[in-house]
Design a protein around this ligand. Structure first.
Ligand code: URP
Ligand code: ZN
Ligand code: ZN
Length: 473
């Protein structure tokens, strides 16, 4: 079964070219100048992409479907969350399997594999959260490498839950240096943050804004500095997740400047949201509670993050999609409102898997902050290279999976919960008018979305065994 996408402009991280794309089965098999090939004859399906960009499907390397957190669970299942991702132009995601206390790393991996199997709309892989760094956990990191899980997340935050101390972190980094994996770090000084939270509550400061005030930029910058120091000493690659403070990214930039294998991601919430959102009345600010926190927009963090994306000191925009409903969820009950009267009990996380491509295109192209090639690079190509999926994913090239986004740059879209498909009752960017609209989404040569209709089915997505980080020096 062949598909010909004709008359479009193919945009990758490096190219901007008028070209037709031929797909055979699941793969791209030809890219050629329009009218310089005979492909139209005999092509099963012809898609006319006149005035459209033909881009690689998005790769979101940071999601948490069904994550248990703070007495509840993230509201998107693998089924609803991956379908929503497809609606938003993302065709690959990497979620986090979790080793919870009292269980082994392999138990956590198997649980998450079972949750995802047969339910995903798009292709998916896993990172592993190591919740307890023990001798057995270190051995199991090696076993997971053979399963295609080549990156391990550790937490310097959440003492008593997922927190690892410095010795545990260093031992896991030594293991990563030995087996070639990447350490992903939630870099916040959780011990100091816990003191600040307790003191705020004792003063009666219970509103959502105090979530950010008690996690000041220095707690992110200090943890980032420490994680980089240990990673350099151990000789392990380090990828710092969900970065929001400019002072923290300065640490990544400085490590990269001396040639260290240190990388960083940010997320749309840090590029667009701030304290004005956390201060929304009637507890609406709880919608934006996530960690690291959204920052005070008057301190220049957003501008700095965009600049660091442009200069490649930050390499990736992922979502950290971890949705909780504001009101009762039909199955999960009260979610964000668990923290009414105590900001420390608000489940941490917000929705975004469906919003990322549109919001980053808006900021990059609509507001002129990044080039179109760089948009593709930070949303698709770099995530695929960082986590060992390139060139199968993240580009349009002969032999790549036919994961393709057909994008109408002349249309507009209004961000709204009304248009979204995530299993959550709000949109962080409600009412924002963005330039660009998604016309079609193809996943391994199958048309999943076309002109506002979903044509996929549960279980279309395959598990991806990943290779090593492709950026190491
Ligand atoms: O607030 C967040 N980020 N929730 C998800 C868990 C994590 O730390 O990534
Ligand atoms: Zn985290
Ligand atoms: Zn996360």
């Amino acid at each position: 079964m062949t598909i010909l996408i004709k008359n479009g402009t193919v945009v990758t991280a490096t190219e901007f070219m008028a070209a037709d794309v031929l797909i055979d089965g699941e793969k791209v098999v030809g890219i050629a100048a329009a009218n310089a090939h005979p492909w139209e004859e005999g092509a099963g399906t012809v898609i006319d992409a006149t005035d459209r960009y033909v881009m690689p499907g998005g790769v979101d390397v940071h999601t948490h479907m069904e994550l248990p957190f703070g007495g509840t669970s993230a509201s998107d299942t693998f089924e609803s969350g991956t379908r929503a991702a497809a609606w938003g132009g993302t065709t690959t995601l990497i979620d986090f399997a979790v080793q919870v206390h009292g269980e082994t790393v392999m138990d956590g991996y198997e649980t998450w594999m079972e949750r995802a199997a047969g339910n995903c709309a798009i292709d998916y892989g896993f990172h592993m959260i190591v919740g307890e760094v023990t001798d057995q956990a270190l051995k199991e990191m090696d076993i997971l490498m053979d399963e295609g899980v080549t990156s391990f997340k550790l937490f310097m935050a959440y003492p008593g839950v997922l927190y690892s101390d410095d010795g545990q972190i260093f031992r896991a980094m030594q293991k990563a240096a030995e087996n070639g994996s990447t350490i992903m770090m939630h870099a916040e000084n959780g011990i100091v943050i816990d003191v600040l939270r307790e003191q705020a509550l004792a003063r009666g400061q219970t509103d959502p804004i105090h979530h950010s005030i008690t996690r000041p930029p220095v707690t992110e910058a200090e943890a980032t500095h420490r994680a980089i120091a240990y990673a350099e000493l151990a000789g392990a690659p380090l990828y710092v997740v969900h970065m929001s403070a400019k002072e923290a990214v300065e640490e990544v930039a400085s490590a990269r400047g001396r040639g260290a294998n240190v990388f960083g991601e940010t997320c749309p919430q840090y590029l667009f949201l701030g304290w004005r959102n956390l201060r929304e009345p009637n507890f609406e600010g709880a919608k934006y509670v996530c960690s690291t926190p959204v920052r005070n927009e008057e301190e220049g963090h957003q501008e700095a993050l965009w600049k660091y994306l442009a200069t490649n000191d930050l390499q990736i925009v992922s979502t950290d999609h971890c949705p909780f409903c504001m009101n009762d969820h039909p199955l999960l009950g009260t979610q964000k409102r668990l923290g009414l009267g105590d900001f420390t009990a608000i489940p941490n996380g917000l929705p975004g898997v469906e919003d990322r491509m549109r919001m980053i295109y808006h900021g990059a192209i609509g507001e002129g902050r990044l080039s179109l090639n760089r948009f593709v690079e930070v949303t698709a190509t770099a995530p695929a290279k960082m986590f060992g999926l390139y060139p199968q994913k993240g580009t349009i090239a002969i032999g790549s999976d036919a994961d393709i986004l057909i994008w109408d740059p002349n249309a507009t879209h209004t961000m709204s919960v009304e248009h979204n498909h995530m299993d959550v009752d709000y949109c962080c960017y409600e009412g924002t008018e963005v330039q660009g609209q998604i016309d079609k989404v193809l996943s391994r040569g199958r048309v999943l979305i076309s002109d506002g209709e979903y044509h996929g089915s549960k279980g279309d997505g395959k598990y991806l065994k990943r290779g090593l980080c492709q950026y190491l020096i």
